[in-house]
Design a protein around this ligand. Sequence first.
Ligand code: NAI
Ligand code: MG
Length: 360
Amino acid sequence: MKKKITILPGDGIGKEVTTSGKKVLEQIADCFGHEFIFDYALIGHEAIEATGNPLPDETLTKLKNSDAVLFGAVGHPKYDNDPSAKIRPEQGLLKMRKELGLYANLRPIKLFDELLEASSIKPEILKGADILFFRELTGDVYFGERGRKDNNDTAYDTMIYSRYEVERIAHKAFKAAQTRSKKLTSVDKANVLESSRLWREVVQDVAKQYPDVTVEHMFVDAAAMKLIQNPKSFDVVVTGNLFGDILTDEASQIAGSMGMLASASVGDTVGLYEPIHGSAHDITGKGVANPLASILSAALLLDISFGLKEEADTVIKAVEQTLKEGYRTRDIADASTPHEKILGTEVMGNVVCNQIRMLV
Ligand code: NAI
Ligand code: MG
């Protein structure tokens, strides 16, 4: 198979982890006889420095002309400390999602058995948890009308959803539920918010087309509590942009670390694959970032954009085997991990590539 993949490293540890993600894709191409042609593009702080624009037109054109995109993260401390900055890295990210029509963000949350002890949650609560989140990605308060009034002393953002926006993500979530345990949880705040009442109404309407799927509606505050109390009670979850952002960061603790969670953003055009974590200034440049989220994002890319199921499974098995042999990055190590088994970003990526070679 011949495919064009754009690598969009972005900022901070985004660069460090996508190097490993790309290496794994090269290894897969090598072992399975595919031809992946890689190209690079700029986004975020790096793009602002080079062009003044967090998402240059050249980047957008490259993305639209590729078969899939592997993305790192955007962000820089200088903007975090200056909320008034007009041009910001995350504008590039939001614009990219909107321009590419990436309205569905899939976030599989699954704990590798080898990491049961590394989590701060009790193993018996975690073991067997396997959740697939569908977070709506191009609507909600992130894209609604916003502004300031009263001499800048009042600020507002608007939570807004249309029937069409809810329908298309609901269909994706129901279809996924059909291939899993046929249970879907829709999360909203319909007791208070009008946009959530529409959300619930539309999900109930769409549900009529999937009579084999059981739907449960849950308020977001209750969902946040239940996610930690009994994660096994969830299978497929569909929710809006803001609630999904928060719940999936919370759910990262089920998978042991932010450094373990991959995501796929899909919609009208090219698929984009990225770890759920950000640019992590606190560890940038230290070579300690966990590359497994980027590597698992590469597995999602192979599966969803290219339909290469066997290749994707090989990547996941290679990660499993790496963990089984005791290799850890700092974020997933515990007190019992021998010093020599704690690896940096680059070596961890190389170990996964070795495992792929041994598996094929
Ligand atoms: P973050 O996700 O970058 O980091 C949160 C914590 O998790 C940090 O302590 C970090 O060291 C740790 N962490 C994250 N990824 C890790 C990995 N692969 N291995 C080991 N540890 C890892 O979120 P934070 O600190 O809130 O934001 C940092 C910057 O990233 C900000 O500028 C923010 O705007 C940006 N950001 C970008 C996102 C994106 O591009 N998709 C998403 C979230 C934040
Ligand atoms: Mg987030």
